[in-house]
Design a protein around this ligand. Structure first.
Ligand code: SF4
Length: 347
């Protein structure tokens, strides 16, 4: 793979579909004292047969799935209702989602979401947005949070930034300065306003996980857990630090056939993040981007500026949140979330 600054060898012979012995997978999971298994793609629901088989056979109590939601009605309630969390890709409004993902996507996904809720799904339902220069972050989050048809328990978003060498072709600079960063500052205020008015804590992951740590004065590693708590099994059974690092064999951390879950190699964040002043808040944002650096320095600095803006906005909200907790309007335990469930946390 080539990009603006780093070249990494890719294993182009990886099988297209799962091509390891499922008994190796089950043996590997059985040696982990609390395994959580996430189905991830491509689109995992293209193989409902395989998902059902694994859910029937794997020694796992907690299952998660990340899906585009278009085939969510195919799996059946017996299996869907066993998921602890379902992450569904939507980008905010119907118009924006359909622009990004194709006409009719939003309606079909929402039909399926209503269907699984009607059939008894009671786990965490997370709307996962990809955010680009077409996104007004306030509109996108509020359209998902406020629409009465929506039943998402949680919202997460990730910036589509520094994943491919496209910085020079995009209007990212002006969008970050004029739209995204000011939008985050307002959104954090809206987040605490909602808490104050309703006594409920909106489960907006980029705010929730980070505020949890700020309240405790806790430092964070890479918040998605890639490379030390969260790993991806490749189609040939190798273990990679993250699902985006498909085929990046020099970063593989083991193999399900011969590596004990407690002996998987750790892959740490490096480069600019090592000496970053807000590393313990950010954690490093994205291991793949940290290694590959698809964007030049200016672009990377802008992204880090969004993290700094998030940190500053949340730090300003800490006294408000503490006061809401102390006055009993919200509960401390509501500022918390499941770790390593596919939400990267830092957008
Ligand atoms: S703000 Fe930027 S440099 Fe700092 S830890 Fe995060 S990604 Fe790394």
């Amino acid at each position: 793979m080539e990009n603006s600054s780093v070249s990494v060898e890719i294993d182009h012979d990886l099988p297209v579909e799962q091509d390891y012995d499922l008994e190796d997978l089950y043996g590997f999971l059985a040696r982990d004292h609390s395994p959580v298994l996430t189905f991830y793609g491509g689109e995992p629901l293209l193989r409902v047969d395989l998902i059902r088989k694994i859910m029937d056979e794997a020694p796992v109590k907690r299952f998660i799935i990340q899906t585009n939601g278009l085939l969510l009605d195919r799996l059946g309630p017996t299996y869907v209702n066993r998921f602890a969390a379902i992450l569904v890709s939507l980008d905010g409004s119907e118009a924006l989602t359909d622009k990004n993902r194709g006409s009719g996507t939003y309606r079909k996904v929402m039909e399926n979401v209503k269907c699984i809720l009607k059939q008894g799904f009671s786990g965490e339902l997370i709307a996962r947005m990809t955010v680009t220069e077409d996104t007004n972050i306030i509109d996108a989050v509020t359209s998902l949070a406020d629409n009465p048809d929506h039943s998402f328990t949680s919202i997460h978003w990730q910036l589509d930034a520094n994943f491919s060498p496209d910085f020079s072709r995009r209007p990212f600079v002006s969008w970050v300065q004029n739209s995204y960063n000011p939008g985050i500052r307002l959104l954090v205020r809206r987040w605490t306003d909602i808490m104050e008015k309703t006594g409920q804590v909106p489960r907006w992951y980029p705010f929730l996980d980070t505020m949890d740590d700020l309240l405790e004065g806790r430092e964070s590693q890479l918040r998605c857990g890639a490379g030390y708590a969260n790993y991806s099994i490749m189609t040939d059974g190798h273990i990679a630090p993250c699902p985006v690092m498909v085929g990046m064999s020099q970063y593989y951390s083991g193999h399900i056939g011969y590596t004990h879950p407690h002996e998987i190699c750790r892959i740490d964040i490096g480069n600019d993040c090592v000496s970053c002043a807000i590393r313990t808040f950010c954690g490093g944002r994205c291991l793949y981007a940290n290694i590959m650096q698809p964007w030049e320095t200016e672009g990377r600095r802008l992204i880090c500026g969004t993290v700094k803006n998030l940190q500053t906005s949340l730090m300003a909200a800490v006294p408000v949140v503490q006061s809401l907790i102390h006055s009993g309007i919200i509960r401390r335990q509501d500022i918390s979330c499941e770790k390593f469930n596919g939400c990267e946390i830092i957008p």
